[in-house]
Ligand binder design. Structure first.
Ligand SMILES: [Zn+2]
Length: 209
């Protein structure tokens, strides 16, 4: 497996875990800490939401993020802004180069509408379960970042999930600009190529400020 750091390669590791395929994860990342997400086996979409830990009603806002950057992709240097314009995370390293933030998460209704299938697992369901552990509900689910997922936008506005491969070991580093609750779904989708029809584990590492 290429370019996957061992904990000993990184300074100040305070948390290091593997998130199994198809499951959610969350943690409060303190101001200055750096959250690394690693696509261990490649081509694994990670649906990602974040909230001010001090005021969880102030959450990631894709409109602010896209408009301030003037770009529909998340990449190195992108600041993830909240509803109030608070910087939540800054992308300080990015081995892949671009990530989607317009296509949102998969859900059981969306799978029915798009693919005509009745599913029981989805990123939306994962978000609901994980948010509940923080006393939050579906009102907290907004249009999210899709790390390691590519949705190219065509000149005519057409867009769709591309089968472009995120290589094994692809990673992003997100520096918390305030205390941030990060919530993710290691996407279970089996009806488009975002996970190469084979959901796999990811790794999350948190380093001290
Ligand atoms: Zn999904």
């Amino acid at each position: 497996m290429s370019d996957v750091p061992s904990a000993s390669d990184l300074q100040g590791v305070v948390y290091d875990a593997v998130v199994p395929a198809r499951t959610p994860w969350s943690r409060v990342i303190k101001a200055g800490e750096v959250l690394r997400l690693i696509d261990l086996e490649g081509q694994q979409a990670v649906d990602f939401l974040c909230y001010s830990a001090a005021d969880p009603g102030d959450r990631y806002n894709s409109m602010n993020t896209v408009k301030v950057q003037g770009n529909t992709y998340v990449s190195k240097g992108t600041v993830l802004y909240s509803d109030s314009g608070l910087p939540l995370f800054t992308v300080i390293e990015d081995s892949l180069g671009q990530h989607d933030t317009v296509y949102g998460c998969c859900s059981n209704p969306n799978n029915r509408l798009r693919y005509g299938v009745e599913t029981t697992e989805s990123c939306y369901s994962n978000f609901l379960c994980e948010l509940a552990t923080h006393g939050m509900d579906r009102s907290a689910i907004v249009s999210n970042v899709n790390f390691f997922m590519q949705v190219p936008i065509m000149p005519d506005g057409g867009a769709g999930v591309a089968a472009d491969v995120s290589p094994p070991g692809s990673h992003v580093d997100l520096r918390a600009e305030t205390d941030v609750l990060a919530v993710l779904s290691n996407c279970p989708q089996m009806h488009n190529p975002c996970n190469a029809y084979n959901p796999t584990p990811i790794r999350v590492i948190v380093r001290a400020a």
